[in-house]
Design a binder for this molecule. Sequence first.
Ligand code: GUN
Length: 389
Amino acid sequence: MAALTWGRLVKRKMAADSASASASASAPVLFSLLARSRRCHATVGTSKEDEDTHAHSTSPSILGPDLPDIWSSLPTSPPRPIPIPIPIPIPMPPAPPTIIDGKSIAQEIRSHISKHVINLKNSYDKVPGLAVILVGHRRDSQSYVRYKIKACNEVGITSFLAQLPHSCSEDEVIDSVTRFNEDPSVHGILVQLPLPQHMDEERILGAVSLHKDVDGFHPLNVGNLALRGRQPLFIPCAAKACLQLLLRHQIDLVGKHAVVIGRSKVVGLPTSLLLQRHYSTVSIVHAFTHRPEEITREADIVISAAGVANLVRGSWLKRGVVVIDVGTNPIEDPDSEHGYRLTGDVHFDEAVKVASAITPVPGGVGPVTIAMLLSNTLDAAKEACRSSV
Ligand code: GUN
């Protein structure tokens, strides 16, 4: 893997896919932006309960405050420099990086969700329900679906599973979607991706009711995420998980250069939109980007969702960078129980020597992504309660 060039990786990834698929502001402007951002956050939550609930919904804390663009004006003549004695730096050993613990963050979020599920049942006799549609027999999709259903059971969300053979027709999948759209005990619908290649993914995802689109893939939800001043009903779970991890670790996003590797609708695109809503300067690196390592090396924050094991080497990273690794790539490992183990897009052992904070794989973004799915399902059930009273 180490000797592979980017071009070869792209070709290899494309081959694998087809086989399997079957504002840099000045300092004063930044300070005033931050102050306004904090005032804006302060007016939203009125109680601890609100804060807890909104910590994982489509609240301003995840979507970011909507502030006007004020460009800094450059001074006509530069200020005269005041001579300052330069202290002799004492070399300090680099601080050990923070390993961002997704498991414990997910656990915290899940216990909040459990409490809200109980309240909903006690107050409105309503139990949130999530329907999952799985088409085909991909082993990775099957295990993701198993994790999702297990997580539902643990927080008291009812799960429904429709399993369809790889050979079924697009219309049969849409029939399943329609049945779940019409079922009042189902509040969220998830069509596990990827779908077999003979299916029109956009047609199927477009058939999911907007109010049950807990994946946030409906074009109206994506559009509202992209447009300032608008609020999507749901945000894609992995993108929300990345922001949760950054915000909970108080990583400053305003004016920071964030490089998002990958442009998928599941992770790359929604994460880049969310980071822009938090005033980061976002570059998107994808399989056709020239010299991706040079762009990535300029980043303060790297979020990788390329699906290529160990793509991002230590040499791709600036010292002190924050790394969020969304990749979950199976690699052969005869010593592990199933003959393979999961590894990220980022070469962890190299990156950990350079980064100030990094997520591990497994145990980083993955568990928080599942917690976000539960959170979106809870929000959908709450909204169904509000609209029925
Ligand atoms: N396949 C991989 N990640 C996801 C996801 O977040 N949602 C769906 N529906 N399919 C996926």
